[in-house]
Design a protein around this ligand. Structure first.
Ligand code: UDP
Length: 240
């Protein structure tokens, strides 16, 4: 049927900004509830879901550094921000009766469990949503890179990157009305055209390990489920 899943296991990347809703900072629980609902639909058809959430709604190392903080300290704050977002998301998932776990790249005993790849895979197989927090655990990386890294590690079929626009465009569609959307791109096209999809580290990691990435708009009801059952949404990046 049209509701048969295309993917067995996915890695969903949400930016921190997605969690803000209409606010300029922080977390909007209403947005989290909406996302939990969409994620629940995937779990409902048997898709295993790994989740990486950014921290940009709270802190970004580069921005803190521009404001005068030490960069590495700022990155540590950014990674801690992703743990807070992960806790809030787990809370929303649990309130929707979706079992979930938070793992952290940085040990944080008593709050979340430490990332362990084999345990993560076991939880995913058991139908639990696993939220990978604290990014890669290293400064100078992004949560996009963390999403691609974890996706590759846990052998996800695809990385789904949620953005504000519904795919990758020739130019920023918010600024340029003549911008058109790509349905499909190769990693090299993303790199050569300097398309602002993900940072270089993330794209190169995916290219190196043949991990497809789909960029789509999360804030479009049903889009996530649509992708999970194999319909076209947004832009697919993979080797041609
Ligand atoms: N960060 C880091 N290492 C990582 C992942 C994240 O140092 O592996 C820090 C970095 O300062 C980053 C912040 O955490 O700016 C929040 O992550 P990101 O900017 O990727 O969040 P998003 O833009 O997706 O909300």
């Amino acid at each position: 049927s049209s509701r048969d899943k295309k993917y067995k296991r996915i890695l969903l990347k949400l930016s921190g900004e997605e969690l803000m809703g209409q606010e300029g900072f922080g977390i909007d629980p209403k947005v989290l509830d909406k996302m939990a609902l969409e994620i629940g639909q995937l779990v409902g058809i048997g898709v295993q879901v790994g989740l990486v959430i950014g921290g940009g709604n709270l802190f970004r190392g580069a921005a803190l550094s521009a404001a005068g903080l030490d960069r590495v300290t700022g990155d540590h704050m950014g990674m801690l921000a992703t743990v807070m977002n992960a806790l809030a998301m787990r809370d929303a998932l649990e309130r929707s009766n979706i079992s979930s776990r938070v793992m952290s790249a940085i040990p944080m005993s008593g709050i979340v469990e430490h990332y362990d790849r084999r345990r993560a895979i076991r939880f995913l197989k058991g139908g639990e949503v696993v939220i990978f927090s604290a990014g890669t655990g290293n400064p100078f990386f992004t949560t996009d890179s963390a999403a691609c890294l974890r996706g590759i590690e846990v052998e996800a079929d695809i990385v789904l990157k949620a953005t504000k626009v519904d795919g990758v465009y020739t130019a920023d569609p918010m600024k340029d009305s003549s911008a058109t959307k790509y349905d499909q791109l190769t990693y090299d096209e993303v790199l050569n055209k300097k398309l602002q999809v993900m940072d270089l580290t993330a794209i190169c990691l995916c290219r190196e390990h043949d991990m497809p990435v789909r960029v789509f708009k999360m804030n479009k009801a049903g889009a996530l489920l649509n992708i999970a059952v194999g319909n076209e949404e947004g832009t697919l990046i993979e080797e041609s």
